[in-house]
Write a new protein. Structure first.
Ligand code: DGL
Length: 261
């Protein structure tokens, strides 16, 4: 089983990408809706939450853990990788690697929650892959609540996206990392406001691609993962809003079960 966790709904974009790229593998998803948002909490608090999420996924049979939340990845990726024998994947490194490789000018923009941007995790990873890169980061705290409201194409959302992208465009970035797993649902709008000269990097797609390659290269791990294309979704606070937005993100009705890790 592939275990995926996020603070709530955003990680569904990662689940969607994994279901597309690895349709045969079973997955278990945990969204920590009782404690969301993680994006404005301290690293210490997010680390404690991330441990509970990982413990829950392991108790459900996960043999691989995907941190499908940039905020949790920036605060707790190293901690989880050291604490569990299970391989841990996270959204930041694959997105940073892809952007470093794709950018022509080396001017790379990153948008994310306040905590992700303040952690400097993307900058550190990008410079590790491409030391000459110039990284322009900008927090976009209003985008998570807009996505959670289902305001994917509203005029207000478009105005806010445009305002957030302005400083990045002024610095003439040619590549923009969607450094929050909520953002891929706004990708169309973000691309429109960024303009066609800026290439978007979706960290959800990037981590799914990284996992796929890893499973191809590590057949003994692939053999330990159960198959059949089944998926289970758990959240720590079940609300009708979650189910409605989850359906929009995944593109079909989901059966969501309560969990209290
Ligand atoms: N989806 C989370 C991320 O990728 C942000 C949501 C939150 O603030 O909890 O950072």
């Amino acid at each position: 089983m592939i275990g995926i966790f996020d603070s709530g709904i955003g990680g569904l974009t990662v689940a969607r990408a994994i279901m597309e790229q690895l349709p045969d593998y079973n997955l278990v998803y945990f969204g920590d809706t009782a404690r969301t948002p993680y994006g404005n909490k301290s690293a210490l608090t997010v680390q404690a939450y991330a441990r509970r999420c990982a413990d829950f996924l392991i108790s459900k049979g996960a043999k691989v853990i995907i941190i499908a939340c940039n905020t949790a990845a920036s605060a707790a990726a190293e901690l989880l990788a050291e604490s569990y024998p299970t391989p841990v994947f996270e959204v930041i490194t694959p997105g940073a690697a892809l952007a470093a490789q794709l950018s022509r000018s080396g001017r790379i923009g990153v948008i994310g929650t306040r905590s992700t941007i303040a952690s400097g995790a993307y900058e550190k990873r990008i410079l590790g892959f491409r030391p000459s890169a110039e990284v322009v980061s900008h927090p976009c705290p209003l985008l998570v609540p807009l996505v959670e409201e289902g305001w994917f194409r509203r005029r207000e959302t478009a105005m806010i996206v445009k305002k957030y992208l302005r400083p990045l465009k002024l610095r003439q970035i040619d590549t923009l990392i969607l450094g929050c797993t909520h953002y891929p649902v706004l990708a169309g709008l973000i691309q429109e406001k960024a303009g066609k000269r800026i290439r978007l990097v979706d960290s959800a797609m990037a981590v799914a691609g990284r996992l796929k390659t890893h499973l191809e290269d590590t057949p003994d791990l692939a053999a330990r993962l159960s198959r059949g294309g089944r998926s289970e979704f758990f959240i720590s606070d079940v609300t009708p809003q979650f189910e409605a937005i989850a359906q929009k993100v995944i593109g079909r009705r989901l059966k969501v079960l309560p969990a209290e890790p």
